[in-house]
Design a protein around this ligand. Sequence first.
Ligand code: FES
Length: 311
Amino acid sequence: MRYRIDAIIPHGPAVKEFRLAPLDGAPLPPWQPGAHVELRFRSRAGNTHTNAYSVVGEAEGLLRIAVQREDQGRGGSRVLHEEFAPGMELELSQPLDSFRLHAGSARTVLIAGGIGITPILPMARALEASGAAYELHYIAHAPERLVLAEDWQSLDQGCVRTYVTQRDGRPDLDALIGPWEEGCELHACGPVSLLEAIRASATAQGWPQQHIRFESFGARAQDQDRPLRVHLVQSGMTLDVAPGKSILDAMIEAEAFVSYECKRGECGNCYAAVVRGDPVHRDVCLTPDQRAQGMTPCVSWASGPELELDL
Ligand code: FES
């Protein structure tokens, strides 16, 4: 479905909110807290991008998304920041429910890191509207990275706590999450390092995995990544993968037989056993046992130049 950009609103140095109107004047599609849309667009250079962004909310019949400029990413967010202006058009998918809100009967903990506030805000609004007990913990590196302030400041401030790590260090996650009790649910969205720390803390405090829900974001490729040669043992294929491209995308391009869903290291669907090589894990879904034997090629990389996967 095509949308017209009605307004672009800056939030701090790296985030722009896009307010979008369906092109044909149709009503906005239904969406649930935690939903995301996929944007498809072309850069001036002719490159096609597909980027997923959480729905922040609605305003006067407009759909709101917020885009953080990722200089280490694949360029889509830079294109949106630099090349798109009000009046221009974008293609959007229907809202997709990949990060559902599960309200706890006793307590719902919401944790957002940086731009990870985007799917968490509609969850907090929904919980507040239903009278459920919730806590929103919003963590950012610097005060200007606590974005969408009007949104979280309009919530019940007794339920919201903010943390600035540059000033105060990372908050005590153990205290913030607390021990597992029946009727508790945890939802978190943020960079992988924060989500890993949250999972470790929650697991150590007895939280069952099914009551911990994550959505991750941010570029997974790292500056130190080196070109990788990937051998697929079962199909006999060898792929040379350049840093910045995912191993999974290289396999899809080569028409290797792979299954996948999220492409973000969250679902585990692309899991592949490692026959040889040293994976660098960047998922947020595998257990230590699974990591000892395999990896998620949608986001993970390897420390050596070669990797053998049982695919
Ligand atoms: S496709 Fe979901 S973890 Fe790789």
